[in-house]
Design a protein around this ligand. Structure first.
Ligand code: NDP
Length: 237
């Protein structure tokens, strides 16, 4: 249990990694809000509908969370999508949708959360990037650009907000068993496993435990860090 329950907001917390993160904070006794387009937050969490590509919806979602739980003290910007194809086939729309959700959507929720954190003079911001943002990935020019963009965003926020005891960090998962990776063929999954030193995918819970640690008292002096949870896949990057 956390000593004092905190107001935690997890974007994209109805399934996959986000759901495991929300459940981990709930297990600690925190007040958790989950924002998604389709609903279905885990039991015990505040279920808030919010498409992060819509600025007005983001503002309304924060107002709802603040009303129920108080200002957001821990923000986990997790919602993300892929729209994979090779660069010559990638349309402007393929590019924009992914950047708009993964990068601009994260910017929107960070900006809104920072407002309350600056007043509180404390806060934890955790951005869910990907090993792909550092390594690159054929067929994912849009996704990799969005995910490496989060690293620059986090490090700038760490410098901008650090004097108010607000930390900003990135978690960079490798391949995790979720709907997002379910679309890969068995051959692709097998090839990936051969490249991962630990020889397997991560579970969503393994990513969640890095996130709850970054939000814990023990991580108070960690900011601007990129924490890999990738079985060693991205070593050296
Ligand atoms: P899933 O596809 O399982 O879940 C994606 C989540 O994002 C859902 O909750 C979805 O909810 C939400 N979401 C998507 N678009 C929007 C939007 N416009 N507005 C609000 N919510 C949205 O993904 P994962 O759990 O696999 O991934 C979670 C994060 O981790 C992503 O950022 C992903 O890039 C990253 N990641 C995943 C890896 C993996 O191997 N799975 C590896 C590395 C990083 P809804 O559809 O209801 O809106």
């Amino acid at each position: 249990m956390s000593q004092t329950p905190r107001s935690v907001l997890v974007t994209g917390g109805n399934r996959g990694i986000g759901r495991a993160i929300a459940e981990a904070f709930l297990a600690q006794g925190d007040k958790v809000a989950v924002t998604t387009r389709n609903g279905g937050a885990p039991e015990g969490a505040l279920d808030v509908r919010c498409d992060i590509t819509d600025p007005a919806a983001v503002d309304a979602a924060f107002a709802q969370v603040e009303e129920a739980h108080g200002p957001v003290e821990v923000l986990v910007a997790n919602a993300g999508i892929t729209q994979d194809t090779l660069v010559l086939r990638m349309s402007d729309d393929d590019w924009s949708r992914v950047i708009e959700t993964n990068l601009t959507g994260s910017f929107r929720v960070v900006k809104r959360a920072a407002k309350g954190m600056l007043r509180l003079r404390r806060g934890r911001i955790i951005l869910i990037s990907s090993v792909v943002g550092l390594l690159g990935s054929a067929g994912q020019v849009n996704y990799a650009a969005s995910k490496s963009g989060l690293v620059g965003m986090a490090r700038s926020l760490a410098r901008e907000l650090g004097s108010r005891s607000i930390t900003t960090n990135v978690v960079a998962p490798g391949f995790v068993e979720t709907d997002m990776t379910e679309v890969l063929t068995d051959d692709q999954k097998q090839t990936i496993k051969t490249q991962v030193p630990l020889g397997r995918y991560a579970t969503p819970v393994e990513v969640a435990s890095a996130v709850t640690w970054l939000a814990s008292d023990g991580a108070a002096y960690v900011t601007g860090a990129v924490i890999p949870v990738d079985g060693g896949l991205g070593m050296g990057h």
